[in-house]
Design a protein around this ligand. Structure first.
Ligand code: SPD
Length: 274
C-alpha cells in the first residue's frame, strides 16, 4: 500500500509526496511536527501541515535568504536569525568569515531537537561556538534590541496565527531600530502565485519602514507553486549588489544568481505597482 503526505497549498491546490515512512511525530507546545522520509526529496519537515524543508531542495531557500543580505552588507559581523529551527540558515551564515556572532532566536525548541536528529546535514552548524541560541519569541527579542545587528533574517513559517505579526509594520520598525548603520533585514515572503496579496502587502510594509526595499525570487520545488519570494529592506546598501566571486561552496548561489534574483517577471512587477 502507498502512503502519501499532502499539503493543502491553497484552498484549491495540493502537493503530495509519496513517503517511505513517518520518522517522527509530536505535538509541541506550539505546533504539530512531522518528520517523514519521502521518495523524491529525502527527509522532510512538516509543521502544522506545511512543508518547511526537505533534504533535496533546502539549499535553494537557505542560500538565498542568507547570502544575498550578507554579501550586500559591506562587513557583516553580527547576525540575528529569527526562526529557522532546522539550522539551514545558520549553516549558510557561518560560511561568512566576517560574522563573529549569530544570535539564533527560535520559539520552538522541539524543532531544533528534531532537526539535530533527523536533518544532520542541515542542522550541522547549530552547535558552532559562533552561534548563540535563544528559545524565545522573536518578536520580543527584536523589540528589546537596539543598534545590535548588521543583518536580521526572518526565516519564519507561513503567516498564520501569531506568525502574522512577523510580516507587519510594527515588527519591521522594531527591526530597523535593532539594526546598525548599513543594516539589512530579509524575510521569506511566500509565493507570488499562491499568496500574491501577502507578497504585495509585505513589500509595501517594508517600503514604508526602510529607505530601500526590494523583492527577489528563487525556485523552491516543494513550496507552493515553486516560485518563492524574499523581501529585503536596507538602511543604505543596495541589496542587489553582488560580490565579484565567492570563496566558499554553494549549490545555488552565484554572483550572477544574486543579480538575476532581483529581475522580476512582468506579472510580479505589475503586482507591486499601485
Ligand atoms: N510554506 C512554507 C514556508 C516555509 C518558510 N520557512 C522555511 C524554514 C526553513 N528553514
Amino acid at each position: 500500500m502507498e502512503t502519501w503526505v499532502t499539503e493543502n497549498q491553497t484552498k484549491d491546490m495540493r502537493l503530495s509526496l509519496r513517503i517511505k515512512k513517518i520518522l517522527h511525530h509530536e505535538q509541541t507546545e506550539f505546533q504539530e511536527l512531522f518528520v517523514v522520509d519521502t521518495y523524491e526529496y529525502g527527509h522532510m519537515l512538516v509543521l502544522d501541515g506545511a512543508i518547511q524543508t526537505t533534504e533535496q531542495d533546502e539549499f535553494v531557500y537557505h542560500e538565498l535568504i542568507s547570502h544575498i543580505p550578507l554579501f550586500a552588507h559591506p562587513h557583516p559581523e553580527r547576525v540575528c536569525i529569527i526562526g529557522g529551527g532546522d539550522g539551514g540558515t545558520v549553516r549558510e551564515v557561518l560560511k561568512h568569515p566576517s560574522v563573529k556572532e549569530i544570535v539564533h532566536v527560535e520559539i520552538d525548541g522541539a524543532v531544533i531537537e528534531a532537526s539535530k536528529k533527523w536533518f544532520p546535514t542541515i542542522s550541522s552548524g547549530l552547535d558552532n561556538p559562533r552561534v548563540k541560541t535563544l528559545i524565545k519569541d522573536g518578536l520580543v527579542h527584536i523589540r528589546e534590541a537596539e543598534d545590535e545587528y548588521d543583518v536580521i533574517i526572518i526565516d519564519s513559517s507561513d503567516p498564520v496565527g501569531p506568525g502574522v505579526q512577523l510580516f507587519e509594520v510594527p515588527f519591521y520598525q522594531d527591526c530597523r531600530k535593532a539594526l546598525r548603520e548599513n543594516g539589512l533585514l530579509v524575510a521569506q515572503t511566500e509565493s507570488p502565485w499562491a499568496n500574491d496579496e501577502l507578497v504585495v502587502k509585505t513589500f509595501r510594509n517594508m517600503k514604508s519602514v526602510f529607505p530601500v526595499a526590494k523583492i527577489y525570487l528563487g525556485n523552491v520545488p516543494t513550496y507552493p507553486s515553486g516560485l518563492w519570494s524574499f523581501t529585503i529592506g536596507s538602511k543604505g546598501p543596495d541589496p542587489a549588489t553582488a560580490p565579484e566571486s565567492v570563496s566558499f561552496e554553494t549549490k545555488y548561489y552565484t554572483p550572477q544568481i544574486h543579480q538575476a534574483a532581483f529581475v522580476l517577471p512582468r506579472f510580479v512587477q505589475e503586482l507591486l505597482e499601485d
